[in-house]
Design a protein around this ligand. Structure first.
Ligand code: AP5
Ligand code: MG
Length: 220
């Protein structure tokens, strides 16, 4: 891989809008969207031993091991399409993952352009997460209040009428996820701040306002 693409890490709390912004950036810039949460949920649906173990941890709001998440990302970074650039969503989530990512990217000659932290206070997070639902067919993500389908009960993207909610999207699990975010993931922020890579955006703004801010940061 050569480092002539755009390489972004999106950080932020559960329900902070990482996936929403990453999908929009992917559509806008043609970058690969690498979400370890999505990869792990896919592994859970496939029913492999690893997938089922990960599903249990995810449903309880715990992190899967660094070893597993690093292996998942490492595999995806080897795919040719990733050389155009990527948006990492939900990785790295621990300092150990950030250090491994640094080594993996150095081996490939890739330099991160920016790490964007979407900042959202805890009191907003619960409402964001409880109201989230996705199309069961194409995965398009919506919200009961903040991002509804244009026609009630019909996916804007693929027309499906089947939707689902994540098992970990409940109030108790969200509290566990927020605690883990504070304890394990916020220490990653100074790691990138020291490298001059960290920029913050106000995640309480509307989805479009945040996108415009991110585009400004990226100069696109
Ligand atoms: P993951 O899937 O990454 O979950 P998360 O980090 O908890 O984040 P979410 O996906 O819940 O939120 P988001 O920031 O993407 O918000 P979204 O855009 O959907 O990981 C799940 C689990 O997998 C983890 O708990 C862990 O167990 C495991 N895992 C994953 N990566 C791992 C790793 N690296 N190491 C170890 N374990 C790992 O937005 C939320 C809702 O709000 C949506 O409905 C959206 O429409 C709405 N919304 C978005 N933006 C706005 C806005 N600006 N205004 C109003 N509403 C908005
Ligand atoms: Mg997400």
């Amino acid at each position: 891989m050569v480092s002539d693409g755009t390489f972004i890490v999106l950080m932020g709390p559960p329900g902070g809008g990482k996936g929403t912004q990453a999908r929009m950036l992917k559509a806008r810039l043609g970058l690969s969207h690498l979400s370890t949460g999505e990869m792990l949920r896919e592994a859970g649906r496939s029913g492999t031993k690893l997938g089922l173990e990960a599903k249990k941890l995810i449903d309880d709001g715990k992190l899967v091991s660094d070893e597993i998440s690093i292996a998942l990302i490492s595999e995806r970074l080897d795919e040719p399409c990733v050389s155009n650039g990527f948006i990492l969503d939900g990785f790295p989530r621990t300092v150990s993952q950030a250090e491994s990512l640094e080594n993996m990217l150095a081996d490939k000659g890739v330099v991160l352009n920016v790490v964007i932290q979407i900042q959202v206070p805890d009191e907003i997070i619960v409402e964001r997460i409880i109201g989230r639902f996705s199309c069961s067919k194409c995965g398009a993500c919506y919200h009961d209040k903040f991002l509804t389908t244009k026609v009630s009960g019909v996916c804007d993207v693929c027309g499906s009428t089947e939707f689902s909610r994540r098992v970990d999207d409940n109030e108790n699990t969200v509290k566990a996820r927020l605690k883990i975010y504070r304890d394990k993931t916020t220490p990653v922020l100074p790691f990138y701040e020291k490298k001059g890579l960290l920029l913050c955006v106000d995640g309480t703004r509307s989805i479009d306002e945040i996108m415009r801010k991110v585009e400004k940061i990226l100069g696109v």
